[in-house]
Design a protein around this ligand. Structure first.
Ligand SMILES: Nc1ncnc2c1ncn2[C@@H]1O[C@H](COP(=O)(O)OP(=O)(O)O)[C@@H](O)[C@H]1O
Ligand SMILES: O=C(O)C1=C[C@@H](OP(=O)(O)O)[C@@H](O)[C@H](O)C1
Ligand SMILES: [Mg+2]
Length: 175
């Protein structure tokens, strides 16, 4: 039975790589944010607005516990999932955790054009965005670093890079 959790900051590639790896390895793919939106019939943004971040984090933890019962699955977590409650310890007890590691510069390049649906970034100017990324990584890296595996996630910009990244992840997890 396979159960893989992809963790890492926004824009590190959890959703992109998770979807591609699931297709290649015949696993079920769950994006935790998508799962939350389906179960609550609200977007992540609406949940942040209505319940503030604390309320979202409670929901996130509860939904993590739901999807962590699925088998033969790869789960793309949200960027904050490992950093609240005992979620990181819980995931390490339920499956293989993989930290998708990318530099602040790579994350900035990706997030500069993908802020709109991310409540924590949508009101940030480009000038503020790099500071937000660097500050968040300082706070969150101690959580991300508890993952069983670290994966360099800097090559996800096109189909070929995504395909190569799938093969590298397969080698990492099957060795
Ligand atoms: N279909 C795609 N083609 C090329 N690059 C993509 C595609 N989807 C995502 N990416 C790149 O991968 C980055 C990571 O996106 P995503 O998987 O949503 O990260 P996360 O789920 O970790 O926030 C995007 O910002 C973009 O640069
Ligand atoms: O880093 C975070 O705290 C968050 C990351 C998002 O997921 P992605 O990492 O898939 O963008 C989503 O869960 C929410 O906007 C909060
Ligand atoms: Mg995602």
């Amino acid at each position: 039975m396979k159960r893989i959790f992809l963790i890492g900051y926004m824009g590190s590639g959890k959703t992109t790589l998770g979807k591609a790896y699931a297709r290649a390895m015949q696993l079920q793919f769950i994006d935790l944010d998508w799962y939350i939106e389906e179960r609550f019939h609200k977007t992540v943004q609406e949940l942040f607005e209505e319940r503030k971040e604390d309320g979202f984090r409670e929901i996130e933890r509860n939904m993590l516990h739901e999807v962590a019962e699925f088998e033969d699955v790869i789960i793309a977590c949200g960027g904050g999932t490992p950093c609240f409650f005992d979620n990181m310890e819980y995931m390490n007890g339920k499956g293989e955790t993989v930290f998708l590691d990318a530099s602040p510069e790579v994350l900035f390049r990706r997030l500069k054009i993908a802020k709109s649906k991310r409540p924590l970034l949508m009101d940030k100017s480009d000038e503020e965005l790099m500071d937000v990324i660097q500050n968040a990584l300082r706070i969150r890296t101690p959580f991300y670093s508890q993952a069983k595996y670290v994966f360099n996630a800097e090559s996800l910009e096109d189909r070929e890079q995504i395909s190569c990244s799938v093969q590298r992840l397969k080698t990492l997890l099957l060795n």
